[in-house]
Design a protein around this ligand. Structure first.
Ligand code: 13P
Ligand code: ZN
Length: 266
């Protein structure tokens, strides 16, 4: 019988997803079932594993994702808790296979766990980035308290303003999130409207803020996606601590921020 458990490279990759799920919980960014993860694992599966039989009938997608034809993703399950994804990723998420025409998906391992309600968003983002030739593998969505708090403040619902503010709190932020952040005005979670608004922001950014909801990062590596959000969260905390001390933080100057560009080859 074909089982993915014998594939050490694949299982190590799933373990990295579990590691990050644990960070999301310990950071306090994953209340109840808050947040979701999808990772393109196609390159880690053998041809035999890619052809595993579906555990349930194919589930149609509301919009086709033709650039993802035949691709395999690990996706966290809807309603599942990150603290349990961390312990048992394959009991709190599943491997799905996109159909050859990109119009449906099948769950192929290891249990018939229904994917996240944000799957339409995740897949449309993977599809958009792949069609653009970007070797994107990860979509990570989470609920960091400090960053969400900032999206409740009207002046920060401006990509340039929030980027400039967070970049200027520590040099690392400018270095680790070089494309700055996009802003998506509030949309109902799980909707195609949210997906399309997010895709527009991914033209220029790898990290997007969903107003009064959460943060989303895309990239080639899940640890790096986590690091980007973690660094932004650190910056937000420095900003908020300074405000709590009764001061508007000075922030690094434009010159100091610009000097990082040649120094770090940004
Ligand atoms: P799911 O449990 O369906 O993944 O939803 C969590 C969430 O954060 C929605 O945006
Ligand atoms: Zn969410």
């Amino acid at each position: 019988m074909v089982t993915i458990r014998n594939n050490d490279r694949l299982m190590a990759e799933i373990e990295r997803i579990a590691e990050v799920a644990g960070y999301l919980w310990t950071k306090g960014w994953a209340e109840r079932n808050g947040g979701n993860i999808s990772v393109n694992l196609t390159a880690f599966l053998t041809e035999e594993e890619k052809a595993l039989p579906a555990l349930l009938p194919a589930i149609p997608l509301r919009e086709p994702v033709s650039a993802l034809s035949g691709h395999i993703f690990y996706v966290t399950g809807t309603g599942k808790r990150m603290r349990y994804v961390a312990k048992e990723p394959l009991s709190n998420g599943s491997l799905i296979r996109i159909s050859p025409d990109g119009k449906a998906y099948e769950i192929i391992a290891e249990r018939p766990i229904q994917p996240t309600s944000e799957l339409p968003s995740h897949l449309l983002m993977h599809d958009f980035l792949r069609a653009k030739g970007r070797d994107n593998r990860v979509v990570l969505h989470t609920h960091p308290t400090d960053l969400i708090g900032m999206t409740h403040c009207e002046p920060f619902l401006d990509s340039e303003k929030i980027t400039r503010t967070l970049w200027s709190m520590i040099p690392e932020c400018r270095i680790i999130v070089p494309k700055g952040m996009g802003i998506v005005p509030y949309e109902i979670p799980g909707t195609l409207a949210l997906a399309h608004a997010t895709i527009r922001q991914l033209e220029r950014h790898d990290v997007v803020f969903w107003e009064k909801h959460g943060i989303l990062a895309v990239g080639e590596d899940i640890i790096e996606c986590f690091d980007a959000i973690d660094t932004l969260s650190k910056s937000a905390q420095i900003y908020l601590y300074a405000r709590m001390a009764g001061y508007e933080p000075e922030g690094m100057t434009d010159r100091q921020l610009d000097d990082l560009v040649p120094a770090f080859g940004l």
